[in-house]
Design a protein around this ligand. Structure first.
Ligand SMILES: [Zn+2]
Length: 638
């Protein structure tokens, strides 16, 4: 520790360049905004003041540039004196400049709601960057308890002059706020849902989720058969037997992607909808429908490359991919065809999905105006080493075609609310993607089980701004927030990660035996993978963590948060054992009785942010034998 004199000398020494914002518990600077700040700048100023206050108890004053007097200041947004040409910065990029007595943070912010993901909010990103660097702020989970701000009496902005742009033009973990259930009593009350949603939205922006370019895509042809099937059956899949279109009336269908008229039609329809004066980057959606590529026509088949020997190795036998033909190359050709017919500079979007997920083998060359979403139908975490390596190879293979890639996996939907940890493997995949050309992310979806899956979620969010940081570094940040219990909490999650990794085979077997989907109805099998005895060691570890955290109120509250998560997970696994659709014979009265404790727990803790209960209600509806009671609103029942 520094003596007072040493601290004084240190401050004196650095005074030339660094800026003291709070000196020994006294405000030493003000926050300055333009006279007419945008909503982004006003919000950035509030966020800055809020976190500084949390660090030292000092409320920094927010003033406009016309009101400000001489003296140290932190200047946000396009103020006259900042001299930062914000308009020349790349979208969402910000400049952070700390010089004599002044800190400047500015960007080319757009108007609009700072919490809306389409709003360009670089000034806000600059504030968050500074809070992380010089204040050591870490956002662990939504809400006040998840906001870690080290206590300090003196706050100094360290000298720097940098321009920082987000690494990915779109950073997105789908927020998972739209889950609906036939049994809403299992979920949040209306008010709790709103609070959860508000806090999570703030949290995601703190991790800089958003986008520089407006982009939309999705299965592109879902209504085409209905509208165009009669006039243009040749645009649609040819089935064995010579029929075009869906197998069954109203069923899903894929397209005849070798047909050059289809590619032309995609561009024409896009062009017709695009305003003639549009200046935004052009994205053309050419994502196949939600079904394997099934066209059997000669032209489509002629485009297919040789199927790799391991093409189907990592799909379970009941996968939609099992038994299908390998068709990646025809899709690569299709996107290239669309792109060649599109105006220069337009980007065509496709998914590497189902039987066109594996990297192409024909040697086809794509280019940077083709953007491919990496969307495997397998590869759930934890993976065997061989499977993990195979998944990464597919990414590299697509990257080598010359296309740009974005992560569009569904793997975060896995695991229900169990202590299901795969942070290291997840980070390894992310790092591999970053090294091989990843330009954006779109993860489906954030299920929000913060108290049991915190390490996965923290690493997933934080990699978006620290893409090179190792899982160890990021997890060390997370554990540090548990203060004197950090070592115990690390041991606790390390143990669950080992438990998860070791369960690799067991998970696949249990899922197959109970016909459970990893993303839809995990609660059918939760009891098989998390029997009561598996919780004992974790409970003991958290009791030790609680002991270590005694005397540190904040750390103790965070340990308590983990304990609530574990207690809740154990209750849910117990209910799964009794109500699983894979065999439950419970009567109406028994169902009511089995759910009683779990529902009472949810009502008592729904404001704690341990879990997104609406996600759980959605999963459980599809997993459990339930009766009428839980069809009521949670505001009335239990
Ligand atoms: Zn075809």
């Amino acid at each position: 520790m520094f003596s007072r004199l040493a601290l004084f000398l240190l401050l004196l020494n650095s005074a030339k360049a660094d800026v003291t914002l709070v000196g020994n518990g006294k405000p030493a600077a003000v926050i300055v905004t333009p006279d007419k700040p945008t909503r982004v700048v006003s919000y950035a100023a509030e966020e800055l003041a809020r976190h500084v206050e949390k660090a030292c108890g000092v409320k920094m004053q927010i003033v406009t540039e016309s009101e400000v007097k001489a003296g140290p200041r932190i200047v946000l947004g396009p103020c006259r004196e900042s001299g930062i040409a914000s308009a020349k910065l790349a979208p969402e990029a910000f400049r952070l400049r700390v010089t004599d007595e002044e800190v400047f943070i500015a960007s080319d912010d757009s108007g609009g709601d700072p919490l809306e993901s389409n709003t360009r909010a670089g000034t806000l990103w600059g504030v968050y960057e500074w809070l992380e660097r010089d204040l050591g702020v870490r956002w662990l989970w939504p809400g006040e308890l998840g906001t870690f701000v080290p206590k300090k009496k003196t706050i100094i902005a360290k000298t720097t002059d940098e321009t920082i742009a987000p690494r990915f033009f779109r950073r997105h973990i789908r927020p998972g706020l739209g889950f609906e259930s036939e049994h809403p009593a299992l979920g949040f009350t209306k008010e709790a849902a709103k609070q959860y949603s508000d806090e999570q939205t703030v949290f995601l922006r703190r991790h800089r989720m958003g986008r520089s370019e407006s982009i939309s895509y999705g299965h592109a042809f879902t209504d085409w058969w209905q509208k165009d099937g009669k006039a243009h059956p040749e645009w649609f899949q040819l089935l064995d037997g010579g029929k075009r279109g869906p197998k069954k009336k109203g069923g899903r269908f894929s397209m005849c992607v070798s047909n050059p008229d289809l590619a032309r039609e995609v561009v024409m329809r896009w062009s017709a909808k695009r305003p003639p004066d549009a200046t935004s980057p052009a994205f053309i959606n050419a994502v196949e429908n939600d079904i394997p590529g099934l066209c059997t026509c000669e032209n489509c088949r002629a485009l297919d490359g040789p199927a790799p020997a391991d093409y189907l190795t990592f799909y379970p036998p009941d996968s939609k991919v099992a038994g299908t033909r390998f068709v990646s190359d025809r899709y690569a050709h299709f996107w290239l065809n669309v792109q060649r017919q599109a105006p220069a500079g337009a980007t065509v979007i496709g998914y590497a999905y189902f039987n066109y997920f594996s990297a192409p083998t024909s040697g086809i060359r794509l280019n940077e105006n083709i953007l491919v979403g990496f969307c495997p139908s397998a590869g759930w975490f934890p993976r065997s080493e061989a499977e993990h390596a195979w998944m990464k190879q597919q990414w590299t293979g697509w990257c080598e075609t010359g296309a740009r890639l974005f992560m569009r996996t569904n793997h975060l939907l896995d695991g229900y609310c169990m202590p299901f940890i795969f942070a290291h493997q997840f980070a390894d995949e992310f790092h591999h993607a970053v090294k091989h050309g990843m330009v954006a992310t779109d993860y489906d979806s954030l299920t929000g089980h913060w108290a049991t899956q915190g390490p996965n979620l923290y690493v997933a969010a934080r990699l978006h701004t620290r893409p090179e940081a190792s899982a160890e570094e990021l997890l060390a940040e997370y554990y540090a927030a548990f203060g004197p219990a950090s070592a115990q909490v690390k041991n606790y999650f390390d143990r669950w990660e080992a438990y998860t990794t070791d369960s690799h085979e067991k998970i696949s077997q249990a899922m197959q035996a109970t016909q459970t989907s990893r993303w839809r109805n995990w609660a059918k099998a939760a009891h098989l993978l998390y029997p009561p005895e598996c919780f004992l060691a974790g409970e003991k570890q958290l009791a030790e963590a609680a002991q270590a955290a005694r005397g540190d109120e904040e750390a103790a509250a965070r340990v308590k948060f983990l304990q609530l998560g574990l207690q809740h997970a154990k209750l849910c696994a117990q209910v799964s054992a009794k109500l699983t659709l894979a065999g439950s014979t419970a009567t109406k009265d028994e169902i009511k009785q089995v759910l009683e404790e779990m529902l009472a727990f949810r009502r008592a803790h729904e404001r704690s942010f341990i879990s997104n209960f609406n996600h759980l209600a959605w999963v459980e509806d599809l997993s459990w034998k339930l009766s009428e009671e839980t069809k009521q609103t949670p505001d009335l029942y239990p």
